[in-house]
Design a protein around this ligand. Structure first.
Ligand code: FES
Length: 364
């Protein structure tokens, strides 16, 4: 028995060492030379082989969403690879549906450029640009959420749709030796092409630790975008905004859009928090209640005590849907929050007979 165990341990150690050597050799010794990269049938780009497709595209100033910094944990960096990628890797499988696999969708952070490659990417990604933005202000809106306002460089502008997101780069800092990009929804008005505001909650990861512990007013930060297919769409009927925590950001940007464009729709916003201290942007909510055609901000708190003297709704946001949404109402919902919250809100809306194609969501 002991001999078998020892053999298993020895084989495992040798395999691990071999894998490490192969990774090291591939990274530092292998020379793939120049390869042709064909994008959307255009003239081939001649690029240095050896890097991931994601990194190579970034070097060509083509920015693919990549919220996990290339670690195969976000699934954002999908592109269609028509040739030259080799078989799908185990790290990609959890993020690719059967249909995506059949149509050659891959995670660009996992695909290495070792030979000529042909890919397809959505045209809108060619509009994504990277900016060196300056931190203009940082405000603690709760004990865990900061509102950060960035100014674009003189003469540069950004165009985005209300609800979309950008990525900012967290550089190396004490305890973190790699640069990573992290995604955050835009909170500011899409009419302001010179500034971007984000709500960034502390979650203990590389990106939020950088923002909460190291970022200062005056710092220059790399920001790229805009990204995302979650954004306000013109239409009829009521608009229902539902969020919690930093999910406030895209909803706020949508509210600015509705105000700036004098949209005459009934708008209700349900917002979940634990205590009154977790509520923020209340001045803006009051302003929207005065300036929008028909708007009400309806927060609900899940952990109130008598001493808090809270007069509003209590419980989860689902309770508010139960209470305020009419069955079969003509409304379009925009949801932003954790995947668990989004799933349960979708269920509550389904119980109210709100059709699936009237529900847009951004889970983070
Ligand atoms: S960058 Fe996150 S999975 Fe590729």
């Amino acid at each position: 028995m002991q001999t078998i165990l020892l053999t298993v341990v020895v084989v495992s150690v040798i395999s691990a060492i071999l894998a490490l050597i192969l990774t090291f050799a591939d990274k530092y010794i292998a020379d793939y030379g120049e390869v042709n990269l064909v994008i959307n049938g255009e003239e081939p780009l001649i690029v240095e082989g050896g890097d991931s497709l994601l990194t190579t595209l970034r070097q060509q100033k083509i920015f693919i969403p990549s919220a996990c910094g290339g670690k195969a944990t976000c699934g954002y960096c999908k592109v269609k690879v028509l040739s030259g990628a080799g078989p799908i890797l185990a790290t990609e499988l959890p993020f690719l549906s059967k249909e995506e696999q059949a149509e050659n969708t891959r995670l660009s952070c996992q695909v290495k450029l070792k030979q000529d490659m042909t890919i397809e990417i959505p045209e809108e990604l060619f509009n994504v640009r990277e900016y060196d933005v300056t931190v203009e202000s940082i405000v603690d809106v709760t004990d865990k959420i900061k509102r950060v306002r960035f100014k674009l460089p003189e003469g540069e502008t950004i165009k985005f749709k209300p609800g979309q997101y950008v990525q900012i780069m967290a550089p190396a800092y004490e305890g973190n030796d790699e640069e990573v990009y992290r995604a955050y929804s835009i909170a500011s008005s899409a009419l302001d092409h010179n500034h971007i505001e984000l709500f960034i909650g502390f979650a203990g990861g590389i990106g939020t630790t950088y923002v909460h512990k190291y970022l200062k007013v005056g710092d220059i930060v790399k920001l790229n975008g805009p990204y995302g297919d979650f954004y306000y769409q013109d239409g009829e009927g009521e608009v229902l905004l539902v969020g919690a925590g930093t999910g406030m950001a895209p909803l706020l940007s949508i509210l600015y859009h509705l105000r700036d464009n004098k949209v005459e729709r009934k708008v209700r916003m349900l917002f979940g928090a634990r205590t009154p201290d977790d509520l923020f942007a209340l001045e803006e909510m009051k302003m929207f209640e005065e300036e929008l055609h028909d708007f009400k901000f309806m927060p609900t708190l899940s952990r109130v005590t008598e001493e808090m003297n809270w007069q509003g709704d209590t419980g989860r946001v689902n309770n508010s849907i139960e209470k305020y949404v009419e069955k079969g109402e003509n409304l379009t919902a925009y949801l932003c929050g954790s995947p668990v919250m989004i799933e349960s809100i979708k269920e509550s809306l389904a119980e109210k007979d709100i059709p699936e194609d009237h529900i847009h969501y951004d889970a983070f």
